[in-house]
Design a protein around this ligand. Sequence first.
Ligand code: ATP
Ligand code: MG
Ligand code: MG
Ligand code: MG
Length: 472
Amino acid sequence: KYMTTAEIREKYLSFFEEKGCKRMPSSSLIPDDPSLLLTSAGMVQFKPYFLHVKEFDPAYIGSTTVQKCVRTNDIDIIGTTGRHLSFFEMLGNFSFGKYFKDEMCAWAYEFATEVLELPKEKLYFTVFENDDETIEIWKKLGVSEDHISRLGEDDNFWRAGPTGPCGPCSEIYFDQGPDFGCGSPDCAPGCDCDRFLEFWNCVFTQYDGQEDGTLAPLPTKNIDTGMGLERMAAIMQGVQSNYETDVMRDLISVGERLSGKSYKENAESDLSLRIIADHSRSVTFMIADGILPSNEGRGYVLRRLLRRAVMHAHKLGIEGAFLSNYVDAIVRLMGHVYPEVVDNRELVERVILSEEERFGVTLRQGQAYLADALEKLEGTVLDGATAFTLHDTYGFPVEITEEICADANITVDKEGFEACMDQQRERARAATKDDAEAAWSTYGGIHDDLLKELGATGFVGYDRLTATAEVK
Ligand code: ATP
Ligand code: MG
Ligand code: MG
Ligand code: MG
């Protein structure tokens, strides 16, 4: 049964509202939580309720939201799988001690099979290792045993970061058929390919992960669930990937119009069209939430996404500033759900244009410099100093250098690059010892609020956060 993205979103929220959950707005992409770089899941705004340092409105059994999410751990693979986006919407519902496994599994099954009318034989369920209880619950609901499997910690124990609320989970998958698969005889839910599409994670949030790695029980047993809206839209619209769903396909069309290239004609241009469609959303929403490009923390994630989009636009032959065309489409397609992109549109356009102009000037020169370096290169590793010059003089985020090098089977000496970065930071510190703000501003003119925030939270950088923000 075909459903638009908007219909699925509304059906989910009203379903859980009818069960007694309070419908609440998405929180900002800037989490109110120093342990996280960006909001990567619906549960982030509810951590204080899971911990019971704040009590949830007693008139409700919990909450339901559609949460905007950005996941840095997925940036590198954007466009190469059909199911990963750097920006996506997560539908969720949350209980802080009021309802638990029995109700949650029953409602998830009801929503999937009765509201969305997904065929039961295509649904698969996974549980955490020894969670016999949840297996029994699914079986009682009518799921046949051969559609239930056990997975270990990597897949079925969910945590948003190294510490905080977490717990075992049970996930629901949709079998898209062998055409989507890797073909391996071992292919099953949990496989990295797109055949068994994970669409819903139900976390039984029972623990508070401690600094020392141990798990302390939470005062109550809770629920935290997340369903990828774009993934469900792909299922309901019977399309091959998240990129062919109504909203995302419209963004691909913007790229088609600007480049004169058609989607599904050429693998290389398809990848660029997908990357820009995806990154344009992250960038728009990040700026609308007050993040500005910089060389540190979340501002760096933004800059990296923006510049990568510009590089792929160049690959497609799109000349000059172009991203505002995507912003127009995003405002039109998503503004009714997220008024912040409408309200802050001018800021978004201004920030994007300034980055496009800055990077537009140096991109070609940088590409020529890198091509020259690659030509002269002996061996398969590009030295850190060259990567640093590309970063410092031409504005190439090191991940972009790595991406271009990877096309030529070359890797980048990241350690050498980091050493050059450290030296530069030292020089900047020495030059502006008493003036922290000036030191920050040498890294690309950070907005005052952002500056305060970064100063206050003391981010150690993007790399560490990538590692810890991998959420399961
Ligand atoms: P995957 O294994 O496919 O990477 P995940 O296990 O990392 O997904 P969860 O952390 O369990 O995902 O998040 C809950 C739900 O959010 C997923 O079941 C999926 O529907 C959706 N989701 C997660 N990551 C993405 C993404 N990068 N793009 C789109 N949807 C996503
Ligand atoms: Mg998974
Ligand atoms: Mg993932
Ligand atoms: Mg998962």
